[in-house]
Design a protein around this ligand. Structure first.
Ligand code: GLN
Length: 468
């Protein structure tokens, strides 16, 4: 059983009273229960039904159920970040994005599987089992928002929220053939999002269409006093940009992104989409991002450094799991963390602690921050010449299950196109861009657009003009 139709379509039906929010919650919960990709960690039908009983169908989201990544707090629901360390944890409050979603008539339903603490790019680092790509069960759906992508692509949820620290919304969206948008850093409050790397993390929509992305973005954006990095900027009505033409828009294509390292199908999809943008009246401009090659190294130093600090709060005292029969405080800390964290999380904490330790701090962490500043300068200069930047979301289609575990470095390197938007705080969106034949599988491919700060409108306008 699946649930077909977009947010925009279900909203119409709800408003015309062709279906009630309670009926829609039941249909969606049935679809979630028949999921075969392991996209969900839990699903609380009763809590959603309770909310559906009193929802206003004339609200922006009209009672649409939305699946939520397992690292975003939803009051009364388990928030486990797919980790054994948080297995017994239940959220005592709503993340700001969830409060806003609820205020807009959205109904959180289904907690989606993910790489543990959002560390990964395949969905295979979950302690609740791997998630499969709905288009080809032998392939990964991407990650770390693996469950959110598989839920939307597999039509067991109408839409979902994900989080993106180095590409975790856009990369799985690309691998699963859906739309994934990482907003500008500060656009969506991080209050209630379990921190991985605080200077990079953002919550964003994962949807079937660009229109649905605009609808969710309208609901979750806005200034929040509870997040000191939240931006106090005006939130436009994102839906109002859909349908405007893109004549004269200058779109930059970085020469560094037309790489021999790209899978042939990725290269073809990129060319086709650029041609399509040209047909729609955009002007294509060749640009350079001289530090494109250094972004992965800088990102993994900064992300791990911040993670090692953020995850120190999981000590067995304050949240979730506590090791049993320990002898003293130190053993309680270390055994809780040893038993609770999986191998990738441990690897990152060790790496992060190393790059922050005295003697190595300047050699690694300070240098990574300098590279980050240079990458930001590349983009500032590029946006003096162009309105938007286009490129691939990932260098290859979704790998087969098991490939990432064999080659960590290769997996890290595949984040090359998504990381820059996090290092710079820029908004970026992956949209479906074609398919690749890989063995017997036909796999979706993503195409990425990057915009200047707070210009999500340009992403949505262009994505919609491409018919997505
Ligand atoms: N793949 C990246 C990583 O493993 C991105 C993760 C993310 O965006 N949460 O760190």
């Amino acid at each position: 059983m699946t649930i077909q139709g977009t947010i925009a379509q279900w909203r119409e039906r709800l408003r015309k009273k062709e279906i009630s929010p309670v009926e829609l919650v039941n249909l969606t919960a049935d679809a979630i229960e028949s999921d075969t990709t392991n996209a969900y960690i839990s699903c609380d039908r009763q809590a959603a039904l309770k909310q559906a009983e009193s929802v206003d169908v004339n609200s922006p989201l009209a009672g649409i159920p939305i699946a939520i990544k397992d690292n975003i707090n939803v009051l009364g629901q388990p928030t486990r970040c797919a980790s054994q360390l948080l297995a017994p944890f239940v959220s005592p409050y709503d993340a700001t994005a969830i409060s806003l979603l609820k205020q807009a008539g959205g109904i959180p339903l289904g907690r989606t599987n993910m790489d543990e603490f959002a560390m990964g790019a395949s969905g295979e680092n979950s302690s609740f089992g791997i998630t499969r790509n709905p288009h080809a069960p032998d392939h990964i759906p991407g990650g770390s928002s693996s469950g959110s992508a598989a839920a939307v692509a597999g039509h067991t949820s109408i839409a979902a929220l994900g989080s993106d620290t180095g590409g975790s919304i856009r990369q799985p969206a690309g691998h699963c053939g859906i739309v994934g948008l990482k907003p500008t850093y500060g656009r969506v409050s991080r209050y209630g999002l379990v921190a991985f790397a605080s200077s990079l993390d953002q919550i964003g929509p994962m949807t079937q269409t660009v229109e649905d992305s605009a609808i969710i973005l309208n609901a979750i954006c806005g200034h929040d006093k509870k997040d000191s990095t939240s931006a106090n900027v005006e939130v436009p009505n994102f839906e109002s940009f859909l349908g405007r033409d893109i004549k004269g828009l200058r779109i930059g294509v970085p020469t560094e992104y037309i790489s021999s390292g790209n899978h042939p199908a990725i290269a073809t999809a990129l060319q086709n989409n650029i041609k399509e943008l040209e047909n729609l009246g955009a002007e294509i401009v060749e640009i350079n991002l001289p530090h494109a090659e250094a972004v992965v190294a800088a990102y993994y130093i900064i992300a791990c450094a911040e993670a090692s600090s953020n995850l120190s709060r999981f000590d067995g005292i304050r949240y979730g799991k506590r090791a049993e029969n320990t002898n003293g405080l130190i053993e309680l800390f270390s055994r809780t963390r040893n038993e609770g964290f999986g191998p990738e999380v441990k690897r990152r904490i060790i790496l992060g602690t190393y790059v922050l330790s005295s003697g190595y701090y300047d050699a690694y962490y300070t240098r990574a921050q300098k590279v980050r500043a240079l990458v930001a300068k590349d983009f500032t200069e590029a946006f003096e010449k162009v309105d938007l930047i286009a490129g691939p979301t990932s260098p290859t289609p979704a790998p087969r299950i098991g490939d990432a575990a064999e080659n960590h470095l290769q997996t890290y390197l595949a984040d090359i196109y998504t990381i820059p938007a996090n290092l710079t705080g820029l908004p970026a969106m992956s949209i479906p861009a074609g398919t690749a034949e890989v063995g017997p599988a036909t796999l979706p491919i993503g195409f990425q657009l990057i915009a200047p700060h707070f210009r999500e409108d340009l992403l949505l306008q262009t994505g919609f003009a491409l018919g997505k």
